[in-house]
Design a binder for this molecule. Structure first.
Ligand SMILES: [Zn+2]
Length: 278
């Protein structure tokens, strides 16, 4: 799906961003969608506030083009997908944020997969976010806002991208239904994982579950599996499940056997869902 198509699918968010650009929010969180889609919206927002076209970012001028290709001198990228985002990177921001924008109207600091901020880094970032409005803007991209410190979320405008109901989900809807049945009844998990499981498959299951979490706490229409999830969730549980899903992805990257990751997640989420609400 190309950039323009992607924007069209989330036209509500495009509308909000274009409204906001006159007096930009200091911190925006993009959740939902796929990793690449969140990244696109981060860059789109940087275009919104820096393109000199009044009607909205043209996506064609030199400024827009440089931003989209990440070579604009006032856009900074911290990519949690490559490694965790640690305190030393936040120190770079502290140095940079006091220098006025070089070419653009605003400096934009993008954090891809911000769930991989270390706790130290997240806490120092929080202090920066608390500073009064200036020409620095921050954008955090996460699968689900529960991945971030609640104190960061409370200072942000959270925008939820639509989950792309693609082939992945159709292919995996069977596995996910079985998984949900296991969480309801407490049996059948190991039957599911008896067959050979590939890394890619377990990764997609995790992404599917992240999407379900986003939908379960938003006002999207609900159906079958989601109703179960919604009934059994508290914000504490959403936070815990998000945490385990992230750990699951990390384990896959570290070459833990996909089947083991699948079972570990199935059991841990079962425990969370069964815990008495406190
Ligand atoms: Zn432009």
């Amino acid at each position: 799906m190309d950039f323009k198509e992607q924007l069209g699918k989330n036209s509500r968010i495009v509308f909000i961003l274009n409204k906001m650009k006159k007096s930009p929010q200091r911190v925006i969180v993009f959740e939902g969608g796929l990793k690449e889609e969140r990244a696109l919206f981060g860059k789109y927002w940087a275009c919104c506030v820096n393109c000199f076209n009044d009607k909205g970012p043209c996506l064609e001028c030199r400024t827009c083009d440089d931003i989209l290709n990440l070579r604009f001198p006032d856009v900074f990228l911290f990519d949690g997908d490559e490694s965790s985002i640690g305190i030393e990177l936040v120190r770079d921001i502290i140095r940079e944020k006091n220098i006025p924008p070089r070419e653009g109207k605003y400096k934009v600091f993008l954090f891809y997969e911000a769930q991989n901020l270390t706790l130290n880094a997240a806490n120092s970032l929080l202090k920066i976010l608390e500073e009064p409005k200036d020409r620095n803007l921050f954008v955090l991209m996460v699968p689900q806002k529960g991945n971030l410190l609640p104190t960061i979320v409370s200072r942000s405008v959270v925008l939820t991208l639509k989950w792309q109901r693609t082939q992945i989900e159709k292919d995996l809807s069977d596995v996910i239904s079985h998984l949900v049945r296991f969480w309801e009844t407490g049996s059948g998990l190991f039957k599911l994982s008896e067959k050979k499981m590939e890394i890619k498959e377990v990764e997609q299951i995790i992404i599917g579950l992240q999407a379900m979490l986003v939908d379960a706490v938003s006002d999207e229409q609900h159906h079958g599996n989601l109703n179960f999830f919604k009934k059994n969730l508290t914000s504490q549980k959403v936070w815990q499940i998000s945490f385990f899903l992230e750990q699951g992805l990390f384990m896959l990257k570290s070459n833990v056997s996909p089947r083991m990751v699948f079972e570990w997640l199935g059991l841990n989420i079962y425990k969370i869902l069964k815990m008495n609400q406190t």
